[in-house]
Design a protein around this ligand. Structure first.
Ligand code: SGN
Ligand code: CA
Length: 535
């Protein structure tokens, strides 16, 4: 027998006569009308180490921290493929890369497939996508879109508003926030629940700070992580990287040593000159006033070896963390808007990044590897109506889970093709059983930063990785004894039974999600053809 909402109302009234029928009727209609709003904030390359709520002591992000303080923080949030566009495709579809087809930054994304914004839109939500999405083509599932083309620019950014390109003055992070606030204030239909994807470009390379934060951290010297001078022993795929702070960072492009005398000539000097040229005269003046003395000092010191490595690390950290400060300001403005407009209680706010990032661990910047710092991603969520302030979530969660989670909160049926799981009950502490393993794939090789193709499985304690294509190498880590992943124990006899069990878990994952060597081979074929690499 089907019972409709009115019948539930009558039954509830009957049961609650002592409380008075009027009251319960009102409650029911409020609940019916009040599906939660969702603001999904994603930044680009934001390491969890650089969010103060995670406790690493590098910087202060008071506004992002508000989400954790008023809601929940995830200690084991992960992606399924640690690179930008694929991560966004997973987030939208709730399907692994090898199922949604967007396996690397190069392959096309098929917007015709289902995504959770489309489902919410069909169910009566007003939907908006603002900022970086990095997926070509007109976004589908959004009543309003105003996005950066590709990677976007820090200064005088171009935006594509509902398919029309414009260049806007200002600094990209602030412009993105202004567009989001303007949508909330002027474009939102106040009688509908809404979904807003508010996605920042920062802190993506090449980490160009906003004028007002140019001097932030100036008085601070950062000590690099303990494995900054990693020698990659027993890990040949890690040794083959091209993402070393010391070895690969470009003095001008990455570290801003654009000297007027043009004595510092580097591979990407001209590309950076182009980015600098996007600034207004006032912005250039503020920029030069800050960087020129640093350039002069750098030239006079003639640093070498370890000293140069530590100088580069600090230059990198200063600019990277500065760009985050503007992101944090934007989060604060949006949270304040919700509060001031009576939207706070009924709005779910999520903060995450498209993946993690290396802040000197293994000597690196960038991401891509299945090692912890780039496999993990920050996840914070608040929803005052349901989530207890100060909640800490330790279950294994992936970006695969966002789509089903949002549909769950909105009371919409989760399509069975979705491969993730709603973490709503996990956050509320209402599950006795949760997944014990997660699956990872990475494809973009041969390519920038030289991270070989690999896939793997991670459980609470162990991680098994297989690097393939031009190599056939296995790695096994005991994360409890070796959280920094310095010691590959794959061939250690003491781990023989762990190794056998992890191989079994890996096969289970591949069967469960439908991945195979044949799929790898066909995506490789497409990739090599697109990149015009002989094979
Ligand atoms: C650009 C960056 C790379 C970065 C990729 C992918 N180079 O190509 O350092 O790994 O993006 O990043 S840059 O010279 O253009 O800055 S992602 O976040 O978009 O996946
Ligand atoms: Ca990214």
């Amino acid at each position: 027998m089907k019972i409709n909402l009115n019948q539930i109302g009558i039954l509830t009234c009957f049961a609650l006569t002592l409380l008075g029928c009027k009251e319960s009727k009102k409650q029911i209609s409020e609940e019916k009308n009040q599906r939660p709003n969702i603001i999904f904030i994603m930044s680009d390359d934001h390491a969890y180490q650089a969010i103060s709520a995670y406790g690493y002591g590098l910087n202060n992000t008071p506004n992002i921290d508000r989400i954790a303080n008023e809601g929940a923080i995830f200690n084991k949030g992960f992606v399924t493929n640690s690179i930008c566009a694929p991560s966004r495709a997973v987030m939208l579809t709730g399907k692994h890369s090898f199922v949604n087809g967007k396996v690397d930054n190069i392959s096309p994304f098929n917007w015709d497939q289902d995504n959770f914004a489309k489902t919410l839109q069909k169910s009566g939500y007003q939907t908006a996508l603002i900022g970086k999405i990095h997926l070509d083509g007109l976004p589908q599932g959004f009543d309003y879109s105003n996005v950066l083309p590709g990677q976007g620019q820090y200064y005088s950014p171009e935006f594509i508003e509902n398919g029309v390109k414009k260049t806007l003055p200002g600094y990209v992070t602030n412009v993105t926030t202004d567009i989001a606030l303007n949508w909330l204030e002027n474009k939102r239909e106040k009688d509908k629940p809404f979904l807003m994807l508010y996605h920042q470009k920062a802190p993506h390379r090449t980490w160009m700070p906003e004028e007002k934060y140019l001097t932030l951290f100036d008085d601070k010297t950062f000590d690099p992580p303990a494995n900054f001078f990693d020698d990659y022993e027993g890990r040949p795929a890690a040794a083959a990287h091209e993402m070393g702070i010391f070895k690969d960072m470009d003095l001008v492009y990455d570290l801003k040593m654009l000297d007027k005398e043009e004595e510092i000539q580097t591979k990407y000097r001209n590309v950076f000159q182009g980015r600098y040229n996007r600034m207004t005269d006032d912005q250039k003046a503020a920029w030069d006033a800050y960087y020129d003395p640093i350039i002069a000092d750098f030239k006079s010191k003639k640093l070498k070896g370890k000293e140069l490595a530590l100088w580069k690390y600090n230059r990198y950290m200063h600019d990277y963390l500065r760009t985050i400060q503007s992101v944090d300001d934007g989060v604060g403005e949006v949270l304040d808007y919700l509060k001031e407009n009576g939207l706070e209680k009924n709005t779910i706010v999520v903060y995450t990044s498209d993946q993690g990032f290396y802040l000197g661990e293994h000597g690196w910047f960038d991401k891509r590897f299945m090692y912890e710092e780039s496999f993990r991603t920050p996840i914070l969520i608040k929803y005052p109506k349901e989530i207890k302030a100060g909640t800490v979530v330790d279950g294994l969660v992936q970006n695969l889970d966002f789509a089903p989670t949002f549909l769950d909160y909105a009371g919409v049926e989760i399509p069975k093709e979705i491969q993730g799981e709603s973490f709503r009950k996990l956050v509320n502490g209402e599950v006795s059983e949760w997944r014990h393993a997660i699956y990872y794939t990475y494809y973009e090789f041969p390519g920038e930063h030289h991270v070989k193709r690999h896939y793997g499985v991670r459980t609470d304690r162990y991680k098994l990785i297989h690097f393939y294509y031009d190599v056939d190498q296995w790695e096994l880590y005991d994360l409890e004894k070796d959280p920094s992943e310095m010691s590959n124990v794959y061939n250690d006899p003491a781990y023989a039974s762990v190794k056998a069990d992890m191989h079994k878990q890996l096969e289970n994952m591949r069967t469960k999600y439908g991945d195979s060597d044949a799929l790898n081979a066909s995506s490789l074929e497409h990739y090599l053809t697109a990149k015009k690499i002989d094979h």
